[in-house]
Each structure stands twice: as C-alpha cells, then as structure tokens.
Design a protein around this ligand. Structure first.
Ligand code: LFR
Length: 471
C-alpha cells in the first residue's frame, strides 16, 4: 500500500484539503474538504480569520477519518508575507493582519532611509512590494512598538498552523524568503539587516527546508481527531509549491495564475543585478534551494473583485463568456498601478483609470472583464520581454499553471500576444507540488525530477498557439 499525503492549500478566497497518492505510476488527487477564506475588518485592521482556518483544517482531517482515509502526512501552504507574533506565553499578540491592510503605506520609503534599496536587493534578492513582511514589521515598530517588545516568536501563517498542530516552532524556508529578511546567499535570517532595522532577531526561528518532517500531532489534537499523522513541510509558500508542478522548466516561462499572476523562471542561483531590481523581479526561495525568479502581477484578484462588486451574479465562466462578447472593447489599464491593490470598489477604480487616460469607460460586466484580461496580457508580455532581456535568451513556451489556467480566453490571448506556445495545466499545481514534497519526504518519490515526470504523465496540459500567426 503506497503512502499518501494531505495537501492543505489555502488561498486568499478559499482553502482545500486534498488527498494525494501514487497509483499505477500516476499521481492521484481527491478533494476532501473545501472552505471559504476572506479578509475581515476587526475595527482597526484587515485580518485573516486564523482560528477559523485552523478549525477548517481539523474539520477536513475529521472528514478523512469518516471517509476511511488514513493519510501518512499533512502539509500546509498559504499565500506569503503574512505572520503572527507570540508573547512569552505563546499567545497571539495581534490578529493575523492581512498584507492588503494599509498599515504599510509609506513604510517602504521609510525603510529606505535606513537601508538603501540597492543594499536590500543585493542582500535579499527580493522584490519591492509595500506589503512585504519587512515593511509590516517596520510599521509595527513605528506605530505599536510595545507589541514588538513583547514578541518572543515570529511565525508565518503556515508556520503558525503547523505550530498549532504539532507544538513545534519553525520558519519554513520558501515562505521566509518572501519576508525580504533572508539573505539570498546564506539562506539564513539576515541578522545584520534586522539589527539595522532595530527588529529583535531573537523572535525568528530556525529556518527549516521543504521536505522536513516536523513531527506528529499534539496529543490533544490526536485525541480530538482520533488519529495521528506526520506534519511535513512542503514549500509552504503556495507559489513555491505551484512551481514544483511545472512539468518542464527548461526554456519555459511559467505563469502561476490565481489571485496573483506570478510570471518567471526557475533558477539555480539568485539574479541580484541592477536591471532585475529596476524591473522589480524577485528571487524567492524554492524547493532544493532553487530560486523563483519572477514578477508579481496584480492577477485575477481584479476579476474576483469585479465579480464581488457585481453581487456575484455571474460565475467566472460567465464573465469569460461576456468578455468574449465584448470583443470590440479595447480600453486597458496598468494592472500594476497601486490603486488596484485594495480599492474600495474595483469597478470604479478601473473606470476612473480609463477616464483619467481618456479611454472608453467600461460599463458592462463583459467590458470590465475584457479590459482586465487584455490589461493582464499586456503586463505578462512586458514581464516576458524583461526576462528575455535579462537572460539574453528567447523562451519558446509559457506554461500557465493553477486555477487561472482554466480561463481559455486568457490562454488564447496570451498566445496571440506573445506568439509563444502556451501550455495550460496542471490546474491543481499548488496542491500537486505540496503533495509531491511530502511524498518525496516519505520516500514514495525519489526526487523533484521523478515528481515532475510523474506530474507530466498524470495531469492534463492543453496547448494553445497563436491563430493569427497561422493564418
Ligand atoms: C500568491 C502569493 C504570491 C505572493 C502573494 C502575497 O498566492 O503567495 O506569491 O506574493 O500571494 O502573499
């Protein structure tokens, strides 16, 4: 009987528990539990409902038990950069504040007064996003110093969920790199940087790598669930797990498509050069010390918000159909404009942008969707140009992975714009990468190469080519 693992994959709008195992040489997935995730306002900040997320993980494990499934391990991945701080009694010092909270407004510029942008980039290789952990911590230091004084433990969201399950405190490597506080070369917390910022380095935990077995469940959780299993670290940064699922990385630009669009290439070394800084590319840590050289693009968040603004009267598939019908609508926005990070109303923000730039203002749902998809594709193309310039090389293929690769219109638009072959799949990239890391740790799979070969044989990948070129 082969070993099996549960991937807990929590994104900005939902979380899932997926059972993964090898059967007849193929990787199989079975969804066990799905739950909602959302940002709530606690009167002061926008936050994640962290206790609820933990309860849902336990609910999913209880469902496993009811279904007679006995996984050997569980691994958790979530979005990056967010964290909690614990006091000396291991109690939460604040809610889990979400990265879209405006507490970091202006913080990046303040940090640059202490440490130059160039030095930060040369040491960490991490992109400049105002929501990075470094700026979140700096905002606490500035506005709530008493919290930082009491803080004894820093855990990122998956680290904290792991701690609740096992009682073991550790910071997982791939997610830790997203803080902009890990040195890209030593792969450890950058103590000099922390000293410079006046942030207590003692609260950071040992950095543990993907595939590490953290340990079994705490006794009280075993009692509650009725069984034990190992907690294993996947790449706990969701994008890190997703990239594990790119079947062929050679000559490929991947595009992990979800709430964010993460476009880049897999590397074996960080590229901390001025051009990469200028283009704001990141070198996030990956599994086996690979680097994810990529760029964050605003992503499907924009259409998710429009869907919500429209009272959820249309499904994503319907919005895609409406976008097709709005074929003649050509206004576009710069998706990387900061106003789209957390506008009060996304539709109004888009309309305002079009008005300011003297373009036709999208009015219908279809026009909105068409504008978003066209705008995303422009941003993808520009990131691809930048990658090719930095690498001094052309890439033949774009591999779209993750939920967003089900958007056939967007895939076709990418093929038309880039004139490259576009491969779409696997859809469940993050969960697959999460399971793969666990199965390697359990010796079910040999290594990442074997995992990728199996992934290629196990999941559908569709090809799109430019129709315009072929005519
Ligand atoms: C995608 C993602 C991105 C990260 C953003 C914020 O879900 O993890 O990689 O930049 O969310 O954490």
């Amino acid at each position: 009987m082969s070993k099996s693992s549960i991937a807990v994959d929590i994104g900005a709008s939902s979380g899932r528990l997926i059972h993964g195992y090898v059967e007849e040489g193929k990787l199989k997935l079975q969804e066990i539990h799905r739950f909602e995730n959302k940002i709530v306002h606690n009167g002061e900040n926008f936050c994640w409902e962290i206790d609820k997320l933990f309860d849902e993980i336990k609910n999913g494990l209880k469902k496993c038990h009811e279904l007679g499934i006995q996984p050997d391990s569980i691994g958790i991945d979530t979005w990056a950069v967010d964290f909690v701080l614990l006091d000396e009694n291991d109690h939460l010092l604040t809610d889990a504040v979400a990265y879209r909270d405006p507490r970091t407004d202006g913080m990046m510029e303040e940090v640059f007064q202490t440490i130059s942008k160039e030095r930060l980039y040369l040491e960490t290789g991490i992109q400049f996003q105002k929501f990075n952990t470094i700026y979140q911590l700096y905002s606490i230091k500035k506005n709530n110093p008493e919290i930082l004084e009491k803080a004894k433990t820093f855990l990122m969201i998956p680290d904290y969920l792991n701690y609740l399950l096992t009682g073991v405190k550790a910071n997982e490597y791939t997610n830790a790199t997203s803080t902009q506080l890990v040195n890209a070369f030593t792969k450890k917390w950058d103590h000099q940087l922390l000293d410079h910022l006046g942030i207590n380095k003692g609260m950071f935990q040992d950095i543990k790598l993907p595939k590490t077995v953290l340990g079994g469940l705490k006794q009280e959780i075993v009692n509650e669930l009725g069984f034990d299993l190992d907690v294993i670290l996947p790449a706990t940064h969701d994008t890190g797990s997703a990239v594990v699922s790119v079947p062929e990385t050679e000559g490929t630009i991947y595009l992990s498509s979800g709430t964010w669009s993460l476009i880049g290439v897999e590397n074996h070394f960080p590229i901390c050069i001025m051009k990469a800084l200028d283009y704001n590319f990141t070198n996030e840590g990956g599994i086996d010390y690979r680097y994810r050289f990529l760029k964050n693009i605003m992503g499907l968040w924009m259409i998710q918000e429009v869907k919500r603004n429209l009272g959820d009267q249309y499904s994503f598939a319907q919005l895609v159909d409406l976008a097709r019908e709005a074929d003649g609508f050509t206004s576009t926005v710069n998706v990387d404009d900061e106003r789209f990070l957390k506008p009060d109303n996304m539709m109004e923000a888009i309309q305002q942008y079009c008005s300011e730039t003297s373009q036709e203002i999208p009015q219908t749902a279809g026009e909105m969707a068409k504008c978003i998809f066209d705008s995303l594709v422009i941003s993808y193309q520009s990131a691809i140009d930048q990658i090719e310039e930095i690498y001094e090389q052309n890439f033949d293929r774009v591999n779209v992975i993750g939920g967003g690769c089900q958007n056939e219109l967007l895939n076709q638009l990418i093929a038309e714009k880039t004139k490259k072959d576009v491969y779409a799949g696997p859809v469940e990239a993050t969960a697959i990468g999460n399971v793969a890391a666990q199965l390697i740790a359990l010796n079910e799979l040999k290594d990442i190469n074997e995992a990728r070969t199996m992934i290629k044989d196990s999941f559908e990948v569709k090809k799109y080519t430019s129709l315009i070129e072929e005519r």
